[in-house]
Design a protein around this ligand. Sequence first.
Ligand code: SAH
Ligand code: SF4
Length: 410
Amino acid sequence: MTVMEALSPALEKPIAFSPATQETRPSLIGLTREELGKALVEKGLPERQVKMRVQQIWHWLYIRGVSDFDEMKNVSKDLRELLHAHFTIQRPEIVEEQISNDGTRKWLLRFPPRGAGRPVEIETVYIPEEGRGTLCVSSQVGCTLTCDFCHTGTQRLVRNLTAEEIVSQLLLARDRLGDFPDRDTPQGAIVPSEGRKITNMVMMGMGEPLYNFDHVKTAMLIASDGDGLSLSKRRITLSTSGVVPEIVRIGEETGVMLAISLHAVRDELRDLLVPINRKYPLKELMAACKAYPGLSNARRITFEYVMLKGVNDSLVDARDLVRTLKGIPAKINLIPFNPWPGSKYECSDWETIEAFADFINAAGYASPIRTPRGRDILAACGQLKSESERMKKTDRLAFEAMMIANHGED
Ligand code: SAH
Ligand code: SF4
């Protein structure tokens, strides 16, 4: 069976969502408790009710996963009418949902323009594995950085995603996987056999999350809120290309796990591959990593290292990598390079990757090599339709491959 046959559109017909993209009422999703309270008071809720109402609405939004005010059973009719009149809790529009034969799911989601001139689209990817399910989430549409091997880096930044849009990726995925109480998981879905369908979240989609600090922070705090989506902070990972001044701060303010897109351990080479290195060179980056709060052998930083043929894949590079990470509780993720149309790099040969992995294993680092699922889906992407107003097909191919290959850690 070819991959193309294995991939089936999950939906027989497009989901008939009312056009969420044209919604003008502000959403209550993605607000902090304080912001939520303030929004309700502004529309006439008496101050004395705020605490209780915020708690109720929060529960319905994040524990029960409702997307219609009328389902908020313990909220009075009057208040539900007020909510209807002024706010929305609608999910984003699903442009497309696809399921691979290995259970990987991709959603192409459309959000309102919010200053971008036209609606924006991003992808969210779900990767089920034995005992866990990881959701790979985007933080920006496009990216301001220009990493030389990354296709997103060739696109200009369209805009930051709001906290609502980041949290909505998680809500929507939980909807579609039946991962809220009293919801059915779709027949045949590949999900962890027990417990939650989404156990891990990685900010490893499109964009540099630390350049959208406030929204990403709020979204991750909602995702880990014990009275809400309650993902363990140990199971939320933020990946950064190395925005040094924000690294310790995001750790202090959220407590999530950190991943660094390292890719090279000589400044000269990293300047080229990850140009933010010119601003924040390796020495500063490593100092920020060492200062990341809460590090221990049980709480390590993940260093992502893309394997580029003849560029950063020699055993000397492996030796220097081990030296660079000395003293930092670290895991190393070797990522086979996913080529994209027009990319100037090639993926290292398999033997080279294995030799590199053996070297760093011998130095005491577990070094999983992330690969097969990305290839499967990349091939399958040929099925996706491409229309001019949608993300260009080539953009999506490269983007999907990146998200799936690098879906993070426990
Ligand atoms: N912008 C953030 C989050 C993206 S995470 C960051 O750079 O950390 C996605 C990971 O995939 C990053 O480590 C990124 O460097 C890597 N990546 C980008 N393009 C890739 C490609 N074509 N092949 C393999 N990995 C890639
Ligand atoms: Fe942006 Fe990350 Fe791609 Fe670099 S690797 S261009 S920071 S998305």
